[in-house]
Design a protein around this ligand. Structure first.
Ligand SMILES: Nc1ncnc2c1ncn2[C@@H]1O[C@H](COP(=O)(O)OP(=O)(O)O)[C@@H](O)[C@H]1O
Ligand SMILES: [Mg+2]
Length: 383
């Protein structure tokens, strides 16, 4: 399907890419708001391929839990080569990129990036992880220097980076901390490549936001669900794209959709698709029923005391506190984090009920649909 709008975010990201690399950018927002789709759209259709070499790593595809998973997600390991001289390999790899522009364009449109090749000998399988990671950084740095020497700019995109959170290097230092250090050197210190990290995990964004090693070295770009105006336009766009204009919705109907589910692209796509066989009221009431049932089940299964990990410490959350917090959404879609204990919002964010925006210090349901479902569920359970 074609991509819709996001003009403001595209402009912001392109303007970052057009200036010298300075900071690491974190693209964040609620689940399914369209972050990955936006990044892929920029790489495929907005980036001048004559100037930029994009590499997109999607850590979710691998489900990185170990150092080996990290390597598998990052690289296409070249086992055929005997070359272990990083500089020599990099030179060949860059020449291949420059000489095969048609293949590269195809690869970019297929995978949203150039596969990041690395020669197997550089990975030094027999060595300890700490040494191996140093080699990997050295390789990446040489690669980016080589690309810059050819007057092109590397753009490194790391999608769902939070997957690396629990990987450690030989059981002590965390891979993520060391990776951040490397990324800071790439951007703030040496200005060698643009780096964008994407994540739907708002607790991870909070962790990053408060990480001292990133203070003053990172910036944040929010990609939220669409606002009302864009949602109504997106619905028009979708009826054309998916229903070939066979069904036209009135302004009232479009507003009804927005009022109930909000501007989350996945919901809107699924609603419009379902209109092929069902009426709008049927589709909407099914969605609300489904979401409400999930929230009711969540509430029914709550123990009087639940456990949750907050910044490496196990904390207790009381059921009544969880309910009290959800009740705050009776009159407002957004609440300030100030009056909510961290363990309570950590719990609700972890369960994908709330979205935390640590930069703006607010909490809100993951979607407008969730917001309505919370309120209905509380009412039906007389809480
Ligand atoms: N602007 C858009 N135009 C068209 N489809 C979109 C747009 N934004 C998101 N989508 C669709 O919505 C779905 C969810 O988006 P995705 O980018 O995966 O969300 P996120 O990465 O924020 O969790 C995808 O299938 C994507 O194709
Ligand atoms: Mg995504």
């Amino acid at each position: 399907m074609k991509f819709f709008n996001r003009e403001k975010e595209i402009k912001e990201i392109l303007s970052v890419i057009e200036s010298e690399p300075q900071l690491i950018y974190f693209v964040y927002g609620p689940i399914n708001s369209g972050k990955s789709a936006l990044i892929r759209e920029i790489i495929k259709n907005k980036l001048d391929k004559a100037k930029y070499v994009p590499f997109l790593i999607d850590f979710r595809q691998i489900g990185a839990g170990s150092f080996e998973d990290f390597i598998e997600a990052m690289f296409e390991v070249d086992y055929t080569t005997k070359i272990d001289d990083i500089k020599k390999y990099v030179k060949d790899f860059i020449n291949w990129i420059l000489e095969n522009t048609d293949t590269i364009s195809k690869l970019i449109s297929m995978y949203s990036g150039v596969p990041l090749q690395i020669p197997a000998p550089v990975l030094k399988l027999e060595e300890k992880e700490r040494r191996r990671i140093k080699n990997i950084y050295r390789y990446l740095k040489e690669l980016f220097i080589g690309i810059r020497e050819k007057r092109k700019m590397p753009v490194l995109i790391l999608d769902e980076l939070q997957m690396l959170k629990d990987i450690s290097l030989n059981g002590n230092r965390s891979l993520l901390k060391s990776f951040f250090q490397f990324l800071v050197a790439l951007t703030k210190v040496e200005h060698l490549a643009h780096v964008f990290c994407v994540s739907s995990d708002s607790l991870f964004i909070e962790y990053v936001y408060s990480a001292t090693e990133l203070e003053g070295r990172a910036k944040y770009i929010l990609v939220d669900d669409f606002e009302k105006k864009e949602t109504l336009e997106f619905i028009d766009f979708l009826t054309k794209e998916l229903l070939k204009g066979k069904i036209i919705l009135s302004k009232k109907e479009k507003e009804k959709i927005y009022e109930l589910v909000g501007g989350k692209p996945v919901y809107l796509i699924s609603i419009i698709n379902d209109l092929k066989t069902k009426s709008l009221d049927e589709v909407l009431s099914y969605l609300l029923q489904d979401e409400k049932a999930k929230i009711k089940m969540f509430l029914n299964l709550l123990e009087e005391e639940e456990k949750i990990e907050v910044k490496d410490k196990i904390k207790i959350v009381k059921k009544e506190e969880i309910i009290k917090t959800l009740k705050k959404f009776k009159d407002s879609f957004v609440i300030s984090i100030e009056n909510v204990k961290p363990e309570v919002y950590y719990y609700l964010v972890k369960k994908n009920i709330l979205f935390l925006d640590p930069i703006n210090e607010i909490l809100k349901p993951q979607s407008r649909l969730t917001y309505h479902a919370i309120n209905r569920a509380l009412k039906e359970l007389s809480l």
